[in-house]
Write a protein that binds this ligand. Structure first.
Ligand code: GLU
Length: 454
């Protein structure tokens, strides 16, 4: 069977780097196994799901290098979910409950006082047809719970322990006896994500479900429902979750780590890819050229069991390494977009000092000027001498060396005393790309004017 995975975000916000990690794990798993990748919008929550978020997620995935084989929206599959709902009701596996949130809270409080686990007591199973009619006449609407194994048709004791060989964590098990029967349909008739997800996984032939470890308990419940529906239970992998540097979980509301925000900061998608995939694994966070470079060595079982701390400094560092290494062919269009002439010698001169690609435009401004001239009063005679000794054009990569060699001899200066005043006068900055590369771009006329203004 073709390996089929899915990334199933609810479009209720922007995806963050932790969501990107889930998407990338699925994508790489599919790539490595010659499989298919489905993008599925879990948009059954009509209030909070927004088209603009779904569109944004598609753009983010494309930017990361993920190209889904198919896209689905749960909101377009409601008729199918209703059909399965009716089937489960007919079989007594989905039952109506009428307790209000306050009543449920009261029950839980009582259970805790008696040192009992706060599990739903299945009181609604005892309701007669008349009871239900009376409750509905009072204006109550039911929510619907799935009968976990241990009751009625679903009573096999062995079914109560769901065990699986997790692709990330090895053997895992969930004891369903420790859980409340899950609500699958809300009072207003809308579906929670649980059931539609299973129906979709079955209908779409999903073979592997790879998601965050916050879903482990859901998996126990979902496996029971897969079985009740006679579906093939997919393999599951639950990876560790990213936290921020303080160890706090990421959430869609914390926009700063959204993929969109990282893109707006001018980071390369490859940098985000490699950090999102390798953080919290034993593999090094090293520059990659393309997302596919990560596929070969990709190993779900290498995601460590503890949370992985995401530090933007790691991202910035690998981003700088990636940018500096980009071949001219890969950047020429981007240079033009930023108003920098697409010439190999310009890229060669400027690339070595970039943190983000957009910095190339700043350095190009330094080349073309005007720059703020920085010069200590004491250095003025030296700079005048430097201007005098500037060779005639044409300039090449060797010009800097021969010029500063002559200047060293004439002035008796060397090291920092020789180079820093030149850098400050020529670029207006203390640090930057090699002057040997910059000087030919600045040219004699400009260089002369910056060294010894008239
Ligand atoms: N919509 C769910 C979420 O965003 C999907 C979980 C899953 O992959 O099954 O958490």
């Amino acid at each position: 069977m073709t390996v089929t995975v899915r990334f199933a975000p609810s479009p209720t916000g922007h995806i963050h780097i932790g969501n990107a990690r889930t998407a990338l794990f699925n994508w790489l798993f599919a790539r490595k196994n010659g499989g298919r990748f489905i993008l599925r919008f879990d948009d059954t929550d009509r209030e909070r799901s927004k088209k603009e978020f779904a569109d944004g997620i598609a753009v983010d995935l494309d930017w990361l290098g993920i190209d889904p084989d198919a896209v689905y929206r749960q909101s377009e599959r409601m008729a199918r979910y209703d059909e399965v709902k009716a089937d489960l009701i007919a079989r007594g596996l989905l039952y109506p409950c009428y307790e209000s949130p306050d009543e449920l809270e009261l029950k839980r409080r009582r259970q805790r006082m008696r040192n009992q686990p706060p599990i739903y007591d299945r009181a609604a199973l005892e309701l007669t047809q008349e009871d239900r009619e009376r409750l509905e006449a009072e204006g109550r609407r039911p929510h619907w719970r799935f009968l976990l194994p241990g009751h009625g048709e679903n009573s096999g004791a062995s079914e109560r322990h769901v065990t699986w060989e997790d692709l990330c964590k090895g053997p895992l098990s969930v004891d369903l006896a420790s859980l409340s029967d899950p609500v699958l349909v809300r009072e207003d008739g809308s579906f929670l994500y649980t059931l539609p997800s299973i129906i979709d996984d079955m209908d779409m032939g999903v073979t592997h479900v790879i998601r965050g470890e916050d879903h482990v308990t859901n998996t126990g419940v979902q496996v029971a429902i897969f079985r009740a529906l006679g579906g093939t239970v997919p393999a599951f992998g639950h990876h560790n979750l990213l936290t921020d540097v303080h160890g706090e979980g990421l959430s869609k509301r914390k926009g700063a780590l959204s993929v969109e925000a990282l893109r707006a900061k001018g980071l390369e998608p490859q940098a985000v890819d490699v950090v999102a995939v390798r953080i919290g694994t034993s593999e090094a966070i090293e520059p990659i050229r393309a997302l596919d470079d990560l596929a070969e060595g990709f190993d779900l079982s290498a995601t460590s069991r503890s949370a992985a701390r995401f530090d933007e400094a790691d991202l910035a560092a690998v981003n700088a390494r990636i940018v500096r290494d980009l071949p001219f062919e890969a950047v020429k269009d981007r240079m033009e977009t930023l108003g920098v002439p697409a010439k190999p010698e310009i890229w060669a001169a400027l690339s070595g000092n970039l943190d983000t690609f957009a910095d190339v435009a700043d350095w190009w401004k330094v080349v073309t000027g005007p720059v703020e001239r920085l010069a200590a009063v004491d250095d003025e005679p030296f700079l005048a001498m430097a201007a005098e000794l500037l060779p005639d054009e044409p300039y090449d990569a060797g010009t800097w060396k021969s010029w500063t060699g002559a200047l060293a001899k004439e002035s008796g200066r060397k090291g920092r005393a020789l180079f820093l005043p030149l850098r400050l006068a020529l670029t207006g900055r203390e640090h930057g790309p090699e002057l040997a590369g910059l000087l030919p771009l600045i040219g004699r006329e400009q260089a002369h004017a910056r060294l010894k203004p008239v």
